[in-house]
Design a protein around this ligand. Structure first.
Ligand SMILES: O=C(O)[C@H](O)[C@@H](O)[C@H](O)[C@H](O)COP(=O)(O)O
Length: 248
């Protein structure tokens, strides 16, 4: 089942990150009340790091039992461990390592230093996901590109059309670096909640396009991701500007 999208507009990027971080704490606490662990998929890009820093600075952060949080990434850039352009390195540098997570529950995508190929890396990541409920995420967070890509699922890119997979290799990505591993729509859409975190005027057409009722994921990949319980867009005023113009 997919859900109607809810859109909440905040003044600016920092407010989007702060609102996302506050919601995330509550979502984790709720998940931990019901289940042994909360499972999250983080996002890369600048928003991915901004929200981690905001999370670290949240006053309610200690209300979460961080040892009972399992962490994944929606996508990863196929670069060696610790490379500054990897999403996990950027999230670590933004403060992820300060939260008190169990390192065994932080599932990183193998890079070329620990896997033979991007295909092997994607298959190993899928295998680990299968061990822990096939991506029974409580929350998947997604940044959105100006072309409406999410994770490493780009418009009109053939990787988008691979079906029956959980994690896929992506080559010739239009956003550098060209080689990546991404969760598929099938995997993202197993999440209870999918949250889009978007800021900046350059994203306005992507937001409006993805939220058009008949939008196709082939053209606007963000239109293809939905939570089973909630699909939430946290956007700043600039990213919402084409939506608001449409309402006027
Ligand atoms: O590897 C990546 O680059 C990301 O996972 C990608 O999907 C990102 O989230 C969006 O491009 C938004 O990035 P910004 O928040 O930097 O605009």
């Amino acid at each position: 089942m997919s859900t109607a999208s809810r859109v909440i507009v905040h003044p600016d990027k920092q407010a989007v990150a702060d609102a996302g971080a506050a919601r995330l704490l509550t979502a984790i606490i709720d998940a931990q009340a019901d289940r042994a662990e909360a499972q999250l998929a983080l996002t890369g890009g600048s928003m991915g790091s901004t929200i981690i820093t905001s999370l670290v600075n949240q006053p309610g952060r200690d209300a979460v039992d961080w040892r009972r949080v399992r962490v994944w990434w929606g996508d990863e850039r196929y670069l060696p461990t610790g490379h500054p352009d990897r999403n996990d390195t950027q999230n670590d540098d933004a403060g992820l390592t300060m939260l008190g997570l169990d390192p065994d529950k932080v599932h990183r995508v193998a890079g070329p230093d620990t896997s033979d190929s991007v295909q092997d890396s994607a298959e190993a990541y899928a295998e680990t996901l299968r061990e822990y409920g096939l991506g029974a995420f409580d929350v998947v967070m997604l940044g959105v590109g100006p072309d409406a890509h999410v994770a490493s699922l780009f418009p009109h890119h053939p990787a988008q059309q691979i079906s029956g997979a959980i994690a896929i290799p992506v080559e010739d990505s239009p956003k550098p670096p060209p080689t990546r591993v991404s969760l598929t729509f099938d995997a993202l859409n197993r999440s209870r909640a999918v949250w889009f975190l978007v800021a900046g005027a350059e994203k306005a057409d992507a937001v409006a396009g993805a939220l058009t009722p008949d939008a196709r994921a082939w053209d606007f990949p963000a239109a293809g991701a939905h939570g089973t319980e909630a699909s939430l867009w946290l956007v700043d005023q600039a990213a919402a500007s084409s939506l608001e113009a449409r309402r006027d």
